[in-house]
Write a protein that binds this ligand. Structure first.
Ligand SMILES: *Cc1c(COP(=O)(O)O)cnc(C)c1O
Length: 461
């Protein structure tokens, strides 16, 4: 089953050469011609093509099947937006080209900024951050600059709910802040009394995701941002997942001062393989001077204009859906999540018994107790059935958590098939728990040692 490396398949003398050896050499100045051959694998074109096709068959993406990875929004990205990003006028530019020759590209940035400002209720934005966490860091630096400019030096703390994405406390720490964790109440939302007790003259700001990572929209959001503002702190909105609220409600209207978006989750850039992302960071008027392009800039946080082609895809997506289309996409995302939750609720208990937004979290603690089958075992069994597992063991406050985000791009039939398959897996967990502990059995490898793979990867043979 194992795929050999290209270097292992290499045979001296084989190869794929397109340039006549002689002319390639004479085209280059003598000092640029290398003395010895590079150590590249020697392999014919047909074998090379098969090698990559074999690798492709071993990966899993939205084009292969259902991919309900919560908090990651693995939705189908229309090919149209890929076509737009592949136009030579966008791909053939150089960042050092004179500005008058790239006016169309600058227009793209300006158009996208205008539309995203409108969608989020912000007054300005930067496209420099390359991902969500990078946007968080940028936004927090702006919050820091704002307090410093006011001579307000004692603000050393960022308040973050315990359901937050791990990047939030990490970004706050990188900016030199101490993190105060705000507990969730019995409904999975911010504990207002705890927030009130924590907010004070040392509060630089609050970082919040709404809907939160439990898939719940906090009904006290206006009260929450008011409490922070009354303590003279600022409110940061983690908008990595805008899928539930696009065109429906706006962080700016909820009282947030700074936000980031993940264009690679919500706005049509395929992601998951570590490819380029974009985490545009927007703010209200009072913070405009501190944007990287502003007069009191926090500084350059990435070269040139960020990952430009991701913005082209986002703009194509915004144009093709329009305001009403975006709102409809959000409503479908919410409907799909509620539908799937409803179809599973008697076997996988929802962590909070209320309607959800674009994702939901359920706890498999009962199954673990009764059958000794964990959330991890169920997730691994899903792989054998041609589905990507949901997010596991997150958020940390739910035991044996599985977090499903079906997204708006799935049909009812797909959701029904997924629900039927999950119900069959559940029945198998009760009847033959060992078979789940042994899963997956249809993949090239079973269960890797994930900790060692992450901590001490072996990247060469
Ligand atoms: C994905 C995500 C992030 C981080 O985004 P990256 O692009 O992976 O850095 C932050 N917050 C939330 C809620 C997310 O889902």
């Amino acid at each position: 089953m194992s795929v050999q490396l290209l270097f292992e398949k290499s045979m001296p003398g084989r190869g794929t050469a397109y340039l006549p050896q002689k002319s390639a050499k004479t085209m280059l100045p003598a000092n640029l011609v290398r003395g010895e051959k590079p150590r590249l694998p020697e392999i014919g074109e047909a074998e090379l093509a098969r090698h990559y096709s074999a690798l492709e068959r071993r990966t899993f993406g939205v084009n292969n099947g259902f991919y309900p990875l919560g908090s990651c929004t693995m939705k189908y990205n229309p090919r149209l937006n890929e076509e737009a990003a592949a136009l030579p006028g966008f791909t053939g530019i150089h960042p050092l080209q004179p500005a008058h020759t790239v006016q169309g590209c600058l227009d793209v940035l300006q158009e996208a900024e205008g539309m995203l400002n409108e969608l989020t209720g912000m007054d300005g934005m930067t496209f420099l951050p390359a991902a969500g966490a990078h946007g968080e860091w940028t936004g927090l630096l702006m919050i820091q600059a704002y307090h410093r400019a006011r001579g307000d030096k004692g603000r050393t703390k960022i308040l973050i709910p315990d359901s937050a994405h791990g990047t939030n406390p990490a970004s706050a720490t990188m900016c030199g802040y101490a993190v105060t964790t705000i507990p969730s109440d019995k409904n999975g939302c911010v504990d207002i009394d705890a927030l009130r007790a924590a907010a004070g003259p040392d509060t630089a700001g609050l970082m919040l995701t709404n809907p939160n990572t439990l898939g719940l929209f906090d009904p006290n959001i206006l009260e929450i941002t008011r409490i922070v503002h009354e303590a003279d702190g600022l409110c940061y909105y983690d908008g990595a997942n805008l899928n539930a609220i696009m065109g429906v409600t706006r962080p700016g209207d909820m009282g947030f001062d700074v936000i980031h978006l993940n264009l690679h989750k919500t706005f049509s850039t395929p992601h998951g393989g570590g490819g380029p992302g974009s985490g545009p960071t927007g703010c209200k008027a009072a913070l405009l001077p501190y944007l990287p392009q502003g007069p009191d800039s926090i500084g350059r946080i990435k070269m040139f204009h960020g990952n430009f082609l991701v913005v082209v895809r986002a703009l194509a997506y915004l144009y093709s859906l329009g305001g009403d289309g975006l709102a409809e996409a959000s409503r479908h995302a919410v409907l799909n999540a509620n539908y799937l939750m409803h179809r599973l609720r008697d076997i996988f208990s929802p962590a909070y018994d209320t309607p959800c937004m674009h994702e939901f979290v359920c706890s498999l603690a009962e199954l673990k107790r009764d059958a000794g089958v964990s959330a991890m075992d169920v997730a691994k069994a899903m792989i054998d059935e041609g589905m990507h597992p949901p997010t596991m063991y997150f958020p940390l406050i739910v035991p044996e958590a599985l977090m499903f985000e079906p997204t708006e791009t799935e049909t009812r039939e797909t959701l029904d098939r997924a629900a039927d398959t999950l119900r069959a897996i559940y029945a198998r967990a009760l009847a033959d728990p060992q078979s789940l502990r042994d899963a997956p059995v249809r993949t090239p490898i079973g269960r890797p040692d994930e900790v060692s793979a992450a901590r001490s990867p072996r990247l060469r043979g």
